[in-house]
Every structure is written in C-alpha cells, then in structure tokens.
Design a protein. Structure first.
Length: 270
C-alpha cells in the first residue's frame, strides 16, 4: 500500500450512508443516549484535531419533529433548537412557551417578508445572505427592542441550488453590516455538498474556515467572526476537524426524517 492509500484509509468518512436509517428517538432515555453518542463523537473529533470539546457547540435541529417529541428532547436537556422554516419555528415557539429557557435558532433561508416573525422570537439566525434582509431584520428588531445573533451564510459548494453568498461577496457584505446595530454578527455558516465523498465535503469546510481566517483580520469593529457553523448529521466530524464551532445536528439526535432534503435545499441529492 503506498502512502496515498494509507492517508485515504485514515480519512474520517462521512456518515451520509446512514441517511434515512437513524433510529427514531421516542423517549427521554433515547434522547439522552443519542445526545451522549453525538457528544462522544464530537469529543473524539476534537481530540484528533487538538481542540477542546468545549470549543464546539451542538445545536440540535428539530425540524419536522412534533411537539411531543421536542418535549422529550427538552427533558433530556436541549435548550436551544434549530429550525429551517420560520413558520414552523414560530408555531413551536408559541406552543412551547411554557418550557422555561427554551430558545430557537432559525437556520434556513428567510424571505424578507418573514423578518418580522424572526425578530419577534428567535435568539439566533444563521442564514443571513442579503442586505435587504439585514435592513428589515434590524428595523423589526429595533421595534421589538431586541437584538439577534446572526451568522452570514456562504455558498461553499458552488452549487447554484444552494443559498448563501458566493465567497467573494462576503467581505463587502460584512463591511455593510455595522449599519444594523440590532444584528450581532457572530460568524459564518455553510452547508457542504451532500456527497459521500469525504474530500469534497472537507473542501467546503476548509474554504469557509480559510475565508473566516482571512476576513477576521479586516473585520469592521463590532463584527465578530469567531464562529463557524458547519457540519450536520452526515459530516459534523469532518467539520470539527476543519474548525467548526457550531454543528447543526438533526437526524442523529431525533431520528431519520421522512421529508426529503430537497424540500429544504432545492435539487439536493441524497
Ligand atoms: C436540517 C438541517 C440540518 C441538520 O441536518 P441533519 O441531517 O438532520 O443533521 C443542518 N443545517 C440545516 C440548515 C438544516 O436545514
């Protein structure tokens, strides 16, 4: 075996072959077990890359999961949940207002006309990708007397179907954001290509990290670029090896979704 084969065989694989096979969590014990397993994999990925496990935040993604199961996840300790669609997130926020300390992160593309809803209830928004949206969010947040943690979404896969700014547009975009004081910019977010080929997935994450490292030096005052939100059930270990500080994990915690990914990302491949 030559050196190239050795390094390939040691490469962290994607878990995309698990797609559709994650078991459904149906009890508090199931959630505790799934959360512990994900935390253990996070810790192992951190060890491999010389990082502190505490430097990675796990954001459980509860899209399509009904209220009853979300209450079980809450009982197992989840306090911040990610949702792709604002309508669904808003409904869950209203339905579970009795759960103290439960917060919502909106991680999916947002139309400007729905900024008002996000401004009302979300504590975090990870898919900022236009100045019109930034302006509208800022205006609505100021009216509510609130602030919002935001991530700028970047299209690192070059797929036309993916949301997010092209990498070369991110620097001028960041320079415009200080005009919106209710937005607390925390970092960058991306979705890798949905491929079983680990090296292609890794490239997307490495691109986001490189971009962040370069832009951090010239970031305007008040624009934080400490966070890198990247990695989901199928690829979060690779993302951590490439510097993720937030991993957005749904199916590995809640169980497989029946809704196809194409519902969230037009033309996504399984
Ligand atoms: C659904 C979703 C995730 C989580 O995907 P899983 O495969 O369930 O881990 C991550 N990020 C975004 C933007 C999502 O919509």
């Amino acid at each position: 075996m030559n050196a190239e084969n050795v390094s390939l065989s040691l490469e962290t694989p994607t878990l995309h072959d698990q797609h559709g096979r994650w078991p459904q969590a149906a009890s508090v014990a199931d959630f505790r077990r799934n959360l512990a397993a994900v935390h253990e994999r996070i810790a192992a990925a951190c060890r491999r890359s010389g990082r502190e496990p505490a430097s990675v935040r796990l954001l459980p993604v509860s899209k399509t999961v009904d209220e009853a199961r979300i209450r079980l996840a809450y009982a197992a300790g989840c306090r911040l949940l990610g949702e792709n669609k604002v309508q669904e997130a808003h409904g869950k926020w209203e339905a579970m207002a009795d759960l103290s300390g439960l917060h919502w992160s909106v991680i999916g593309h947002l139309q400007t006309n729905k900024a008002k809803q996000v401004a009302r209830f979300a504590t975090e928004f990870q898919a900022l990708d236009s100045l019109r949206l930034a302006e509208e969010l800022d205006r609505r947040l100021q009216a509510e007397g609130r602030a919002l943690d935001v991530f700028v979404q970047v299209n690192t896969s070059g797929e036309a179907s993916k949301y997010g700014l092209p990498p070369e547009d991110v620097a001028p975009f960041l320079r415009a954001l200080p005009a919106f004081p209710a937005l607390r910019v925390r970092g960058l977010m991306t979705l890798a290509v949905l491929s079983a080929e680990a090296s292609r997935v890794r490239q997307c994450f490495a691109l986001l990290r490189g971009l962040r490292d370069r832009l951090r030096q010239e970031a305007p005052d008040g624009i934080g670029l400490d966070e890198l939100s990247m990695g989901m059930s199928g690829d979060y270990e690779i993302a951590i090896e490439e510097g993720a500080t937030v991993v957005r994990v749904g199916q590995a915690i809640f169980g497989a979704r029946s809704t196809p990914d194409a519902y969230y990302w037009p033309a996504a491949q399984a």
